[in-house]
Design a protein around this ligand. Structure first.
Ligand SMILES: [Mg+2]
Length: 317
């Protein structure tokens, strides 16, 4: 009986992580690219994105490239039975070719991914294809690595590897490590201060500056969001998106709903900040902690749930 209920709780945390990422992304897209001061009404529900934003052609409840890439990564892990860099690079190249050819989705793809996708599809090896722009593309999609691997060394090394085909700067690699390690720690129900400690100690092996900034975001958790976001930054650079997400996560450690709303309205790269925040909170609290309307209004909810459950299934074998 104990095992049974523990399994249900774990399943809720796995689905919560991936659904949380997609929910944050879908909510956050409506403010993507807006300055914090230009957000007139705080977004708390799904809606279309503002005119001129990358996601303006998407419907309410639809997510962006962040979740699409996370799904590509999850599928690769499931079909290979573990993280396989060769397979993932092929899939991300295929996904990217499709996204760049689609008039609705092409403007969603960030600059590093875009350049890397073109290189991968022209035959360049994943070892050489990654861009050195320190953007957050590999951090925003990495959650499934933190779900699949239980050993923290494996979480770290595979998260770092998963960054390379598109993002090979030390900041981007450290960002992917930080988010995957954060997800694993949250699955383990660790205290917030311990999550930050483990995350920063792992990320600092790749980039001390990013680790320092995440630590700062934790120290600023009781500071008002206006000041905190002004100090941390909210652009698509990994030095801003990832610490901004850890700030939202730490500030509202007991309330996933508040954490995601904080991220969605941070300004800047709100879809990615909220995607990362949602993954961390969902891993900690489970899907049941998100409002019903967010779960019900989400595009492809069942598909995302199924992928998370399959990752759990193969990870416990
Ligand atoms: Mg996006």
């Amino acid at each position: 009986m104990f095992f049974f209920s523990a399994h249900i709780k774990t399943k809720d945390k796995y689905t919560g992580c991936m659904l949380g990422a997609a929910i944050g992304d879908a909510l956050g897209k409506q403010n993507e690219g807006l300055r914090r001061s230009d957000i007139r009404r705080r977004a708390v529900d799904y809606a279309g994105a503002h005119t001129g934003s990358p996601g303006e052609k998407l419907r309410a409840g639809q997510y962006t490239d962040d979740t699409e890439q996370m799904i590509v990564l999850a599928r690769s892990i499931i079909e290979c039975g573990s993280f396989d860099i060769e397979d993932f690079a092929i899939r991300i190249a295929e996904w990217g070719a499709g996204a760049l050819a689609d008039p609705v989705r092409k403007s969603l793809v960030g600059p590093s991914s875009r350049a890397a996708i073109v290189r991968l599809n022209s035959g360049v090896s994943w070892r050489e294809s990654g861009s050195d722009i320190p953007s957050c593309g590999s951090a925003m999609r990495v959650a499934p690595v933190g779900l699949f691997y239980k050993d923290m060394d494996e979480v770290e090394s595979n998260a770092a590897l998963s960054s390379l085909p598109t993002h090979n700067s030390k900041g981007a690699i450290a960002g992917a490590v930080a988010v995957a390690v954060g997800v694993r720690c949250a699955i383990l129900d660790m205290e917030c201060s311990d999550i930050i400690k483990e995350t920063c100690s792992r990320a600092s092996k790749y980039d001390e500056a990013l680790a320092g900034k995440i630590e700062l975001s934790y120290r600023r958790r009781d500071e008002e969001p206006d000041e905190a976001f002004a100090e941390l930054g909210t652009s698509y650079f990994v030095y801003e998106t990832v610490p901004a997400a850890f700030y939202c996560f730490s500030r509202h450690f007991d309330s996933p709903q508040k954490a995601v709303i904080e991220a969605v309205n941070a300004g800047g790269d709100t879809d990615s900040i909220a995607c990362i925040t949602g993954a961390l909170c969902g891993a900690g609290h489970g899907a049941g902690a998100f409002p019903k309307r967010w779960l019900e209004g989400l595009e492809n909810r069942e598909l995302i749930e199924n992928l998370a459950e399959m990752i759990l299934e193969i990870s416990v074998r």
